[in-house]
Write a protein of this length. Structure first.
Length: 270
């Protein structure tokens, strides 16, 4: 009776025909863009939004990772009050759709933040040492970044928590017995082992943020999607425009996924 290979071996031996197919489709589309004036014009217009998309994604993800790590550590604190605050934040933010959060931060949170800032510096304004700021001084792009940061930080906090709790408790107790401080235990024992568990879902969230950054177009931020919307509205070339928008997003997300998968394999080999 034949023995079926293990699933890991089966996956390892699979040739990435899906990638070959995608590369072939990408080459065909690139050829069309080069040879067709309409597609070339659409591409030149839409590609202007790549810089904004990359900037929003990178800044929001870095801030969300830092905030998520802070929320995670707060949730693992000895204080019950701190743990309840962290859990309240995580459960509340995870229950709000990213699009709703974008609107709330942009049109409710930003005015409230500006009003609070002006109230705090009111003595300086009265004395002529500072000037009050207006709501329009806080750009829509930064409101979108703040919203994405808040929205993703709750999910990233749970990723960190799962990673830290995956470390065997006996190793932590052994580190305590050796007299290592809490910081040294975290740096030398917990984090190096947890990062291999944390990295795959964290990289998935990074790719997801590239896609969710398209939501900032609802605020008029000139990202890839917004540039496509403006061009399609003026030219009525909806098929060509959104084909190019899809093509650019696939290049970004698939390229990023392959790079992160390579990094994940490197971490496992280490």
């Amino acid at each position: 009776m034949a023995v079926r290979p293990s699933s890991d071996r089966h996956v390892k031996d699979d040739y990435p025909w899906w990638l070959v197919a995608l590369v072939a489709i990408g080459i065909v589309l690139a050829t069309v863009i080069v040879t067709n004036d309409i597609y070339a014009q659409v591409f030149r217009t839409v590609v202007n939004g790549v810089g904004i998309t990359v900037f929003v994604t990178l800044v929001a993800f870095v801030l969300a990772t830092v905030l998520g790590l802070g929320i995670c550590l707060l949730g693992m604190a000895d204080s019950q009050v701190a743990r309840q605050i962290a859990r309240f934040y995580i459960e509340t933010i995870r229950g709000i759709p990213i699009l709703v959060l974008l609107f709330y931060v942009a049109f409710v949170g930003a005015p409230a933040l500006v009003a609070a800032y002006n109230f705090l510096i009111s003595p300086l304004v009265t004395s002529g040492m500072a000037e009050p700021i207006l709501v329009r001084d806080l750009s829509l792009m930064w409101r979108a970044i703040i919203a994405l940061t808040i929205g993703y930080s709750s999910f990233i906090a749970e990723i960190f928590r799962a990673g830290f709790q995956s470390v065997d408790l006996g190793q932590i107790e052994a580190a305590k017995a050796l007299g290592l401080s809490r910081y040294r235990r975290f740096r030398s024992v917990v984090f190096p082992q947890a990062v291999r568990v944390i990295f795959p879902p964290l990289s998935n969230d990074f790719v997801s943020m590239v896609k969710d950054s398209s939501l900032v177009s609802v605020l008029g931020v000139a990202d890839i999607t917004q540039m496509g919307k403006v061009y399609a509205a003026g030219s009525f070339r909806f098929f060509e425009t959104y084909s190019i928008v899809t093509y650019i997003y696939l290049i970004l997300t698939i390229g990023l996924s392959l790079a992160l998968r390579r990094t994940e394999k490197w971490l496992k080999s280490r």
